[in-house]
Ligand binder design. Structure first.
Ligand SMILES: [Zn+2]
Length: 213
C-alpha cells in the first residue's frame, strides 16, 4: 500500500519521484553515471496498520484514507488497540470492537508491553461504563475523542494521560504534530499522483538567499 516516494538531489533542488528517472529533470544529465548531491532515498512512510500496534492510540480519517481523502483535522477518528491489537472505538453506533478499516493510521502513542495488563484492565473497566451507547453519542461533544481521553485519564500513566485532562492540550501535543508531519507526505503523494516528479524549488531559493546575505 505504501506508494514509495523517492527523494534525491543532483545539481540543485531536491527532486521527489516514484521511480528514479534516467535523466535529471533539471540539467538532463544521465543519472546512471551522475554524482548525486544527495543520494536517492525512500521518504519515510508515516502511516501504520493499527493491528500491528498493541496498547496504542491511533487516528485515521472518519471516511476514506489519509493519502487520497483526508482534508482536515475535523475529519479525524480516534481509537485504542488492546494488547492483542484489536481496535476499540466509540462512534454513532456505540462502542465497537473492530479490526477493519484501520490500515492507514497515524500512531499517536503506545505503551511498552510491560504495561499491557494494566492497559487491558483499564480498557475493560472503561468499556463497562454504561455511557458509551449510540443514544449518548454526540458528534461534537461526546464522541470517539471523549472515549479515548476518558480511558487515558483512567490509565493514569505518562504524558498522554497528563495531556488527556484537556481536549485542546491533547490535540496540540499529540495530534497536531502527527498530522502536520503526515500532511507533508500527503501533499507530496498528491503532487506525484498527477506528475512523474516534483521539484522542491522553494527551500533551495531560500538557502541561496541566506548564502547571499
Ligand atoms: Zn541535474
Amino acid at each position: 500500500m505504501e506508494p514509495g516516494i523517492i527523494c534525491f538531489q543532483h545539481c540543485g533542488p531536491k527532486i521527489f519521484c516514484k521511480a528514479l528517472p534516467e535523466k535529471c529533470p533539471i540539467c538532463c544529465d544521465d543519472l546512471s553515471i551522475a554524482n548525486f548531491g544527495l543520494l536517492p532515498f525512500r521518504v519515510p512512510y508515516p502511516f501504520v496498520k493499527a493491528s500491528q500496534y498493541s496498547c496504542a492510540v491511533l487516528i485515521k480519517p472518519t471516511n476514506g484514507d489519509f493519502l487520497n481523502e483526508y482534508f482536515n483535522s475535523k475529519d479525524l477518528h480516534i481509537g485504542i488497540t488492546t494488547s492483542t491489537g484489536i481496535i476499540i472505538e466509540f462512534d454513532r453506533k456505540g462502542l465497537q470492537k473492530r479490526g477493519l478499516y484501520w490500515d492507514q493510521c497515524l500512531l499517536i502513542g503506545q505503551l511498552p508491553s510491560s504495561w499491557s495488563d494494566h492497559w487491558d484492565d483499564v480498557l475493560v473497566k472503561i468499556c463497562k461504563q454504561p455511557c458509551w451507547t449510540s443514544d449518548s453519542y454526540k458528534e461534537e461533544s461526546f464522541n470517539c475523542y471523549t472515549f479515548v481521553l476518558a480511558f487515558l485519564r483512567e490509565l493514569n500513566c505518562g504524558a498522554m494521560s497528563e495531556a488527556a485532562t484537556s481536549r485542546t492540550t491533547f490535540c496540540e501535543k499529540f495530534i497536531v504534530p502527527r498530522t502536520t508531519a503526515a500532511g507533508k507526505y500527503i501533499s507530496l503523494y498528491r503532487r506525484l499522483r498527477d506528475n512523474g516528479h516534483f521539484v522542491h524549488w522553494q527551500e533551495n531559493k531560500k538557502k541561496q538567499e541566506k548564502l547571499r546575505n
